[in-house]
Write a protein that binds this ligand. Structure first.
Ligand code: ZN
Length: 138
């Protein structure tokens, strides 16, 4: 199969949706609707993807606390309890290994946390112009 890279490269649906939420171009609710319609294995892959982006954006526990407030998830629920603890990367690893019944709640918490971290990154390191495809959605 011929792969056309470089200019005009297509972002995968998941990559686009996750980053559109982070940039305020799409609501969290829309992303949750998309996520809920995925197969379980795809949901797990999407959770891994959000964690990978959060690592790239250098998410912190403070981002987790702020993200949780925006996630619509009660602070007593399992992914919520985990996201506010150090070390954040280890906690995110625990969140993506929760049972499937926790996937939607986990997606809300992780995506909201990524949005906080990515927004800070866009406003600092990426300010002006950057070459990240996911920061230059068209
Ligand atoms: Zn960027």
């Amino acid at each position: 199969m011929y792969s056309n890279l470089g200019e005009g490269e297509q972002l995968r649906a998941s990559e686009r949706i996750i980053n559109e939420v982070a940039q305020g171009l799409r609501s969290l609710e829309e992303a949750v609707t998309w996520f809920s319609a995925l197969e379980q294995a795809e949901q797990k892959a999407a959770l891994h993807e959000v964690v990978r982006y959060s690592m790239q954006a250098h998410a912190t526990v403070d981002d987790g606390r702020e993200g949780l407030l925006r996630s619509g998830i009660k602070p007593t629920m399992t992914p919520a309890v985990l996201i506010v603890r150090e070390p954040i990367l280890e906690q995110m690893g625990k969140i993506i290994n929760l049972p499937p019944a926790e996937y939607v709640k986990s997606f809300r918490v992780l995506l909201s946390t990524f949005a906080v971290a990515d927004t800070r990154r866009r406003e600092t390191k990426c300010r002006g112009t950057c070459s990240h495809g996911w920061h230059n959605l068209s």
